[in-house]
Design a protein around this ligand. Structure first.
Ligand SMILES: Cc1cc2nc3c(=O)[nH]c(=O)nc-3n(C[C@H](O)[C@H](O)[C@H](O)COP(=O)(O)OP(=O)(O)OC[C@H]3O[C@@H](n4cnc5c(N)ncnc54)[C@H](O)[C@@H]3O)c2cc1C
Ligand code: FES
Length: 390
């Protein structure tokens, strides 16, 4: 789209940061009507990280809150696979959106994207979705600590880019952990943004200094001392953490140990499996509920149990009417693709060949997919015997 078109128009856009105007009356991208994204550019960020820039087929605006993700639907080796990727671009630049993908050894989707996707290619996607986003009110005036490890940098990068684009001069301490200096994603852009924004402070920490002995940043893992050095007012900040599960677990226990108010702690995992089925990635931790006394007379009524057969693998499991298919499969040692385990990301979407379920999803499936017999295994419970095309 011509650049002058981008500067015309007045359509308002809600990003969670107030109203952004512009857009020449362009429609919003609506994946319900056309879910095709066209790859416009591929950028090599580091040796194993690439950014893919997309537009829709017809000019439109991408409205999203920084921190939200898309779920790609790809056909690889004759199979349909879903994977989620956080939008790494700025919500204040709505004509394009980008995702930034780290190559995972042996992973089907990240390697396919790296090796195959090129400008001009088309893929399908749904979203944006997710609630790992900036506060609904006072987003620009909140003081932040963004902590990320590896490819977990993408949500905080989108947040920082958006706030910088809006000229908010928000108080941000941005700390990123990488294996080595050459693995630091967006290093030069972050440095540049920090030069222009008075209250953005950026620090990287690397486990090894391979290739850059004069590295000016920290070395080693993120520590409380490092956080206190970068942010002496740590306790007043709102924290967003995203990275590998051990990284997030370490940060969490560090902050809990320091007496941080966990109501201002937000985390997103790219690998929900490791967190367990009940993980709620961006919800604040709830206090453990006290055990309610069990009335003596209330003998539990056993829920009906149904057979769930997986057509491709030939495996069959038992699943009770009060258990999700994903949960029952995991207990039986059957591996199924899943990420959020709460009906949001679409990774577990599967075709139901026969049988009935009740499904309580959170936006990870479209009505027309439901009409075609698709279900989300993580939030569907059987009400009859089932055959699933997996
Ligand atoms: C909400 C959400 C947002 C995400 N955003 C991003 C993003 O912005 N950038 C990105 O690169 N990935 C992101 N991911 C991860 C992404 O969806 C895929 O899981 C990842 O690209 C691997 O897919 P795969 O098919 O290649 O390998 P898979 O078969 O999915 O995974 C292979 C193995 O690698 C592990 N693994 C998965 N992701 C990673 C990772 N990022 N680093 C190290 N090990 C991993 C898995 O646990 C598994 O053991 C996100 C995931 C979720 C749920
Ligand atoms: S695992 Fe995310 S929708 Fe099922």
């Amino acid at each position: 789209m011509p650049l002058d078109e981008a500067s015309k128009g007045t359509g308002p856009m809600s990003t969670g940061l107030g109203t952004i105007t512009g857009g020449a009356g362009l429609p919003d991208w609506n994946p319900e009507l056309d879910d095709v994204l066209v790859c416009r550019q591929v950028r090599q960020e580091t040796a194993d990280v690439k950014t893919f820039v997309f537009s829709a087929r017809k000019p439109c605006l991408f409205r999203f809150k920084p921190g939200q993700f898309l779920t790609l639907e790809l056909s690889i080796g004759g199979e349909t696979i879903h994977r989620s990727y956080t939008i790494s671009s700025s919500a204040a630049r709505p004509y394009r959106l980008s995702i930034t993908v780290k190559r995972v050894p042996g992973g089907p989707v990240s390697n396919w994207l790296h090796d195959t996707l090129k400008p001009g290619d088309e893929i399908r996607a749904v979203g944006p979705m997710g609630d790992f986003t900036l506060p609904e009110t006072g987003a620009a005036s909140t003081k932040y600590l963004f902590l990320s490890g590896g490819s977990g940098i993408t949500p905080s990068m989108s947040m920082t880019r958006t706030l910088a684009d809006l000229g908010e001069d928000t108080d941000i301490v941005f700390i990123h952990a990488a294996r080595s200096p050459s693995d630091v994603i967006f290093r030069h852009e972050l440095d540049l943004m920090a030069r222009h924004a008075q209250r953005l402070r950026v620090a990287h920490t690397c486990e090894a200094l391979t290739g850059e002995p004069g590295w000016p940043g920290f070395t080693g893992r993120v520590s409380l001392a490092m956080l206190q050095l970068m942010a002496p007012d740590l306790m007043e900040r709102t924290v967003y953490v995203c990275g590998p599960s051990p990284f997030m677990a370490a940060v969490r226990s560090m902050l809990e140990g320091a007496g941080f108010d966990m109501a201002r702690y937000n985390q997103e995992s790219f690998n929900f499996e490791e967190l367990g089925l009940d993980a709620q990635p961006s919800a604040p931790e709830a206090a453990p509920a006290e055990a309610a006394p069990v009335p003596e007379a209330a003998a539990p009524v056993a829920a009906a149990t149904f057979k769930v057969a997986f057509a491709k693998t030939g495996k069959t499991i038992d699943c009770s009417a009060d258990t999700t298919i994903l949960d029952a499969a995991r207990r039986s040692g059957v591996r199924l693709p899943a990420s959020c385990a709460r009906g949001l990301c679409g990774t577990c979407k599967s075709k139901k060949v026969s049988g009935e379920v009740t499904m309580k999803h959170a936006g990870g499936i479209r009505q027309r997919e439901i009409d075609q017999g698709q279900i989300l295994l993580c939030c569907s419970k059987p009400t009859s015997d089932l055959v699933i095309d997996r």
